[in-house]
Design a binder for this molecule. Structure first.
Ligand SMILES: *Cc1c(COP(=O)(O)O)cnc(C)c1O
Length: 366
């Protein structure tokens, strides 16, 4: 049996340290916005190579609060990838702005910068690319476009803790970035968590206020804020796991290289790494024909796979009341993508087993 992602195994190497950190928080008598969150914010910001990290309740809130802090709202448009997890779009909808989808490159599944300018209108305020599957978006090209049109550039870095673009880490590539620490992400808490990173002092101050009832001083409320904080227990869990991130991402990298070599002449579409990008392989996603058959055949051999994502955002019921342009690449990808098992606790032998099974099921290219 090869699990897709076994969080018990992922967290097992950290168990003693997690227990000790939890005990420290319990004994402290202080559970929200205290020392653990303060320390984690400093440690995470340093690790990303950015001035500020602001802990929030989850990744969706991180993105939504960035847009709020930038005063993007009703009447505004934000460019988003057509191929992403729905949270990217929801963040835009939550502030009352309109998500404007742009198609990905089929072989990276990531936003195609060449298509962005055609989607810009006088109402466009920001570009919100996603570092999908752990590979950064093509940020250098997107920065040029954002600057040319006076737009904000916001990273959805929920899948890309530690990924680099021309040597610069995710979180330091845009005007601000939203991270998720959902348990299954590369840096996962033991519950929900998120953070915003930015080099902008004023934006960081606004975010600290917004996440805490719009207040910088207890019982003084400067704006209509929300309650979205990274609690002490989750911050303490993340402080245990952050120092292991580089080692864990290196394991993912080794496994991904083994998949790429093993599947080189097999009948699947492989993920392409863009020049200058160093992905952290949150997911290893191939494209296959007859996905349902392939997935079932792998399951029969005890190999669990998942689909990221089975329904494109514009085809979701939540967005059925809008008129969307045809988005043929996103609409095709949803039927082709298949995520193979990858995590810091998978082994090269397990990858070899998956490669052999997949080769047997779909055959080699003739
Ligand atoms: C997980 C994820 C989010 C949302 O994070 P949560 O912490 O679950 O709210 C946003 N964007 C992408 C691309 C994600 O994968």
């Amino acid at each position: 049996m090869i699990d897709f992602l076994n969080l018990k195994r992922v967290n097992a190497p950290h168990e003693a340290a997690l227990q000790a950190a939890a005990a420290r928080v319990i004994a402290s008598g202080w559970y929200v916005l205290g020392q653990e969150c303060d320390h984690f914010e400093v440690e995470f910001a340093a690790w990303c190579g950015v001035r500020h990290a602001i802990g929030v309740a989850n990744g969706l809130d991180a993105l939504h609060l960035i847009l709020r802090a930038m005063e993007i709202g009703p009447g505004d448009e934000v460019i988003v990838p057509s191929n992403t997890f729905i949270a990217t779009w929801l963040a835009v909808s939550q502030v009352g702005a309109v998500p404007v989808p742009v198609e990905p490159r089929p072989d990276t599944a990531n936003l195609n910068p060449e298509l962005v300018e055609a989607a810009i209108t006088p109402r466009t305020r920001a570009i919100l690319p996603v570092h999908l599957y752990g590979q950064t978006a093509e940020m250098a090209a997107l920065r040029v476009i954002a600057d040319r049109h006076g737009l904000k550039l916001i990273e959805d870095a929920a899948q890309a803790h530690g990924a680099r673009h021309h040597g610069v880490r995710a979180g330091a590539l845009g005007d601000a970035a939203g991270f998720s620490f959902y348990p299954g992400k590369n840096l996962g808490a033991l519950g929900d968590g998120g953070a915003v990173t930015t080099n902008d002092d004023a934006l960081a101050a606004r975010l600290r206020q917004l996440r805490n009832y719009g207040s910088s001083r207890k019982y003084h409320h400067e704006t209509i804020g929300v309650n979205s904080r990274l609690d002490e227990l989750q911050a303490a869990m993340l402080r245990v796991k952050l120092p292991a991130m580089d080692t864990e991402n290196a394991v993912r990298h080794r496994l991904a290289q083994r998949y790429l070599a093993g599947l080189a002449d097999v009948n699947v579409g492989l993920p392409r790494t863009v020049e200058g990008c160093e992905p952290v392989w949150h997911l290893f996603v191939v494209r296959v024909a007859e996905r349902a058959r392939v997935q079932a055949a792998l399951a029969e051999r005890g190999i669990t796979t998942l689909v990221h994502y089975p329904i494109a955002c514009h085809e979701q019921q939540a967005y059925a009341d809008r008129h969307w342009p045809a988005l043929p690449i996103a609409s095709a990808l949803q039927h082709q993508v298949l995520s193979l098992p990858i995590s810091p606790v998978h082994t090269e032998a397990e990858v070899d087993t998956v490669v052999a099974a997949l080769t047997d099921i779909v055959g080699r290219r003739s």
